[in-house]
Design a protein around this ligand. Structure first.
Ligand SMILES: Cc1cc2nc3c(=O)[nH]c(=O)nc-3n(C[C@H](O)[C@H](O)[C@H](O)COP(=O)(O)OP(=O)(O)OC[C@H]3O[C@@H](n4cnc5c(N)ncnc54)[C@H](O)[C@@H]3O)c2cc1C
Length: 462
């Protein structure tokens, strides 16, 4: 693959399988000190961007991965990986041995309504029977180094500010960026990168998608999650733990309201536990509650010997939004393809996003590799236009079910009844675990697996 540094902006971008030449463009680029070309630019090196970059580099494409931060960097997250996420790590070729700091878990422990239920991850052909926990500080660096090992060209401390557009078609053909210093301040160096395809992997607020006129859809569920770390004897728990009863107070009636969401305790294995909560926007209380306060009040009810208190807290409580159920679409148009949180790909059933970030990267890279093997620009565009359908076929029906679920549990009474009558029924909870963690066997499987697939197929794709 060829690439050019400080090359003329009208250079054609050579790529795998002789892609169509890029249209010459006039750019107000005289201020740019640095120009660089590639087959594909990926903006953002979280799990979606790094997975896409690694797969594309393996397919022989010249990939530029632009990241505004410098690794290692913190990312606000629960750090929990279900078997669906572990499957993606295995497919990508990332080893996860315990001696390298990966903490295995056997299943999910659910606490609520006076019950405490331990459910093992299902034993399936399609997913490994274990989950993992790893701080995002480590996780994201491991993934990005993997992409670089396979040939992706990473630029850290590179803050993408604007798309570069083809004046004739309005399609994106590159990005402008600012170089940042180690403290996250612009150095004053302006950069231009160009490629016939740009992947937005820049996370939940996806400034790049916004600047290409792809705002969030309000008819999709959204969540908010906050978390912190405590030193705790529970740091090496071999189950992920979730608490289904999070309460707030109705400001008018003063009555306690059960919120649609859950609190989690995930052992990180390094002496600390990641403790946090996520709440859906489908209840009337959403937006009116102080999430940090709810976290504190919930944590205060936990056994003191777990040592979740102000003295053992190792960092501030931090939070972010959870964009769910494909809340930003189309996933491809005008040269810009969306993966992970940029495309609103968090699972509305459980708030999990890493598996879907990596999965969308894998599916996107298959489409992109096929597109770049076409000889003509029209042929390439036709293949790229198939990506939204590929994503809908993979997850659309399931996300429509998740939307219904999110709306349902937004009613405090439904949530209350579900906790009261659902939790004591182990068989039903095993089935629910499969639905909520999206762990149904795609081929064959038991009656529950077949039911989940039938429902996902029947539901219109989100
Ligand atoms: C509190 C909380 C807890 C969570 N817990 C879990 C969990 O336990 N398990 C789970 O699976 N999911 C969890 N999630 C969701 C998960 O964090 C996301 O779904 C996941 O990070 C999405 O990956 P991504 O690569 O799409 O985006 P991100 O991880 O957000 O990565 C985006 C990257 O783009 C970079 N970037 C942004 N803008 C620019 C720019 N202009 N120029 C260059 N680079 C840019 C960012 O620096 C970042 O590195 C949680 C989320 C929150 C908020």
């Amino acid at each position: 693959m060829s690439h050019s540094t400080n090359s003329a902006i009208t250079d054609s971008t050579a790529g795998a399988g002789s892609p169509a030449p890029v249209q010459p463009i006039s750019l107000a680029s005289s201020d740019a000190q640095h120009l660089e070309s590639a087959d594909v630019i990926i903006v953002g090196a979280g799990p979606s961007g790094s997975a896409t970059a690694a797969y594309l580099a393996m397919a022989g494409l010249d990939v530029l991965l632009l990241e505004k931060a410098a690794f290692p960097r913190e990312k606000v997250c629960g750090d929990g990986l279900t078997p669906r996420a572990v499957r993606e790590l295995i497919t990508l070729g990332i080893p996860t041995p315990a001696e390298d700091g990966w903490i295995k878990n056997k299943g999910l422990r659910i606490v609520g309504g006076g019950h405490r239920l331990e459910l093992k991850w299902p034993d399936l052909a399609s997913f490994p029977p274990y989950g993992l926990v790893r701080t995002r500080q480590d996780f994201d660096e491991i993934l990005v180094r993997h992409a670089v090992k396979h040939g992706a060209r990473l630029h850290e401390s590179t803050n993408v500010t604007d798309p570069v557009l083809d004046e004739r078609t309005g399609a994106i053909i590159g990005v402008r960026a600012k170089a940042m210093d180690p403290d996250g301040r612009p150095t004053g160096e302006d950069l231009i990168f160009r490629a016939p395809l740009v992947v937005a992997a820049d996370g939940n607020s996806s400034r790049l998608s916004m600047s290409m006129n792809r705002p969030k859809r309000d008819d999709r569920p959204m969540g908010v999650a906050v978390r912190t770390y405590y030193t705790s004897p529970r740091h090496d728990d071999d189950y992920l733990e979730s608490w289904l009863e999070l309460w707030s107070k109705d400001s008018q009636t003063g009555k306690r309201v059960l919120l649609p969401g859950y609190g989690w305790i995930f052992g990180v294995g390094d002496g600390t536990s990641n403790v946090g909560l996520g709440i859906l926007n489908t209840s009337a209380a959403f937006g009116k509650v102080d999430y940090k306060d709810i976290l504190k009040r919930w944590v205060d009810t936990l056994p003191p010997e777990w040592t979740f208190n102000d003295e053992t807290m190792t960092g501030p409580v931090r939070g972010a939004a959870l964009p769910m159920g494909f809340n930003r679409q189309p996933h491809y148009d005008l040269g810009l393809l969306l993966v992970g949180d940029a495309g609103g790909m968090i699972n509305p059933f459980n708030g999990e996003g890493i598996a879907y970030a990596m999965e969308s990267g894998r599916l996107a890279s298959e489409v992109i590799a096929q597109a770049f093997a076409r000889q003509s620009e029209a042929g390439r565009e036709k293949v790229l236009q198939s990506y939204p359908r590929v994503m809908k076929d993979a997850l659309g029906g399931y996300y429509t079910l998740g939307r219904g679920f999110a709306t349902m549990i937004g009613h405090p009474e439904v949530m209350r009844l579900a906790v009261k009558y659902g939790l004591p029924r182990t068989t039903m909870m095993k089935f629910l675990l499969k639905i909520m963690a999206n762990l149904a066997e795609p081929h064959g499987g038991d009656a529950g697996d077949r039911l989940i697939h039938a429902l996902s197929k029947m539901a219109p794709a989100a």
